[in-house]
Structure formats: C-alpha cells, structure tokens
Write a protein that binds this ligand. Structure first.
Ligand SMILES: Cc1cc2nc3c(=O)[nH]c(=O)nc-3n(C[C@H](O)[C@H](O)[C@H](O)COP(=O)(O)OP(=O)(O)OC[C@H]3O[C@@H](n4cnc5c(N)ncnc54)[C@H](O)[C@@H]3O)c2cc1C
Length: 286
C-alpha cells in the first residue's frame, strides 16, 4: 500500500515548523514517529499534501524535572519515557504505561506528543495522562497555551490541538507521599493496543481515600475520567473499591468490534478498574 504523493519538509526548530504549518494550513500535517500517521496515509484515510517532519527538533525530545514537575517534550519516544530515570523514579505509572505500548520498534519511533495528539481510542497514554492530571503545552504562531488533560480529549481522534499548533510539552506533577498509581491493560492480541486500559492514581489519608483519579481508554470513542468511580470512593476505605468499580462503564457508549463486544469491554473496564485501584492502594508510598 502506498500513500498519495506529498511534499516532505524536515525542520530543526519549532519556529520553522509553525511557519510551514501556517503557510500550508489544512494541507499540512506534522510527522513525528509516523507510527499512526503513515498507516493512515497508506490506507488513504489521511492525504496531507505536505508533511512537516519535527524529528530533528531535538529540544522537543527532552525529559526534565523542574519545580516538582516532570516535563516531557512532545517528541520524547515511548522508549525514552519507559527508560528515563526521572520518570521511573517520580512517575513509575507512566514508565509502565509506555513499556506496554506496542513492541520495541513502535516504542523506538512513536512519541508521546504523537500519541496524545492522535488520540486513538485504544491508545495507552491518554488514560495515564487523565489519571495523572497532565497539562499539555500547545504552541502556535501567537504563543503558547496550556490545556489540562480533562479538556484535551474531545472525541474519536479529536483533541484540543488546533490546526497549526504543535504539542510541545506534557507536564506532570511527581507522585508524592501518600500516593500510589498503576496502569493495567487488556492487550489486543494482534495490535497490542488496549482493548481496555485503566490508570488509577490514589492518595490516602490514613486508611481512607483522600483523592482518587481513574482514567480509562479503549472502552468508547475517547479516553475519559471515570468520575462516578472517583465520587463513589470519596472519603471511603479500600473495602469500597469493588462497589465503586462497578460504575466504571456508566454512561459510556462502549465500542463493539470483531474482537470484543461492547458488553465485554464494559466488563473489562469494571474488572480492570477494581484491580487497578487495589494495586494503586498497595503501592501507596508512606
Ligand atoms: C504496530 C503498532 C502497534 C501499536 N501499538 C500501540 C499500543 O499498544 N498502544 C498505543 O498507545 N499505541 C500503539 N501504537 C501507536 C503508536 O504509539 C504511535 O506511535 C502513536 O500513536 C503516534 O505517535 P507518533 O509519534 O508515531 O505520531 P505520528 O504518527 O507521527 O502522528 C500522529 C498524529 O499526531 C500528529 N502529531 C504528531 N506529533 C504531534 C505534535 N507534537 N503536536 C501536534 N500534533 C502531532 C500528526 O500530525 C498525526 O496527525 C501502535 C502503532 C503501531 C504501528
């Protein structure tokens, strides 16, 4: 399968990328790892006339810690997130999530910015970004704006990233004392994507929940915060987990396909939410 013809532009700065995006408008697309865009182009589901390759914008690939926050450049590969000593120490749930994406070839090329901007309904990072309350920095010719994960995923393959914008950084608060988190997924046996994936981050006060954040991917058209589960656990002890997790699929139009029916996905969401919450509690750091 071959994509439709296109013009290829390789840039070495965000400024040059933004200039090309504004010059070519809707006809241009950013190329990062290419592991979602190129398959779409081969299937002719995307036919950009211009590809703006940001692969050489090295400053976008950095991972650093600043003022208690972990800042991950949009071009950081899944492999670099998985193996970063900063991420492993301060956000182990995110390193684990990255390690579960695809296979080593995919992780070596695919980027966190590409995954979040593409917003595949079965992608892994969106669940973790929601549970970790990540903040995305979007750059456009007029400057920068920040969008919280809760406002970022709008619909199937649709995010808050507007035409001509680049997702340059994803910022996370490091997990502190009293907090534990985990990402679990039921892996699609062929693609490795999440049939359903659940990220849970919990903060305990004594033996009771002080804060609970649950992000779910794979169940419906977009990843979401399971607010009914979170509310059901407010102030409760961990014996409330099973009942709360039974609300994981509430109000979601669950996707059915040849591998998994909507009912099966909904049940996976409930079971994986319960397991993720139990494991997150067990991981709470003193
Ligand atoms: C065989 C295979 C298995 C996979 N398995 C999994 C899996 O298990 N879990 C999973 O989550 N994913 C999986 N993926 C998807 C993979 O993680 C992709 O790499 C990722 O979704 C897209 O990242 P990318 O850097 O390749 O983006 P690209 O394909 O280059 O771009 C994707 C889209 O995002 C836009 N874009 C890219 N970067 C930016 C940016 N910085 N700012 C704004 N827009 C941008 C592009 O214009 C394009 O529209 C798999 C892919 C393959 C091919």
């Amino acid at each position: 399968m071959f994509p439709a013809s296109f013009e290829y532009h390789r840039v070495s700065s965000v400024k040059d990328a933004l200039a090309l995006l504004s010059q070519f408008g809707d006809e241009a697309k950013i190329l990062a790892g290419g592991h979602s865009l190129l398959p779409m182009m081969k299937l002719r589901l995307a036919q950009p006339a211009h590809l703006v390759d940001i692969g050489a914008v090295h400053e976008l690939a950095q991972i650093q810690e600043q003022g208690g926050r972990i800042l991950i450049g949009g071009l950081a590969t899944h492999h670099s997130v998985e193996t970063s000593s900063i991420v492993k120490a301060k956000l182990p749930i995110l390193a684990e999530c990255a390690a579960l994406i695809g296979d080593i070839q995919v992780r070596n090329r695919g980027t966190i910015g590409g995954s979040l901007a593409h917003a595949d309904p079965a992608a892994d990072y969106p669940a973790a970004a929601l549970a970790l309350e990540a903040e995305m920095t979007l750059e456009n010719p007029g400057g920068k704006r920040k969008v919280k994960a809760a406002d970022f995923f709008l619909d199937l393959l649709t995010t808050a990233v507007q035409a001509g914008e680049i997702l340059t950084q994803v910022s996370f608060a490091a997990l502190g004392a009293g907090t534990g988190g985990v990402y679990l997924k039921h892996r699609h046996p062929a693609s490795g994507f999440a049939t359903v994936g659940v990220a849970a981050v919990v903060t305990l006060k004594g033996t009771n929940f002080d804060k609970v954040r649950v992000g779910i991917t794979g169940l419906g058209a977009k990843a979401f915060r399971a607010s009914s589960v979170e509310k059901a656990l407010a102030g409760k002890a961990s014996d409330a987990i099973a009942a709360a997790a039974s609300h994981a699929a509430d109000g979601v139009d669950a996707t059915s396909d040849t591998y998994a029916s909507g009912e099966f996905r909904a049940e996976l969401a409930r079971v994986y939410t319960r397991r993720a919450l139990e494991q997150a509690v067990a991981r709470v750091k003193a």
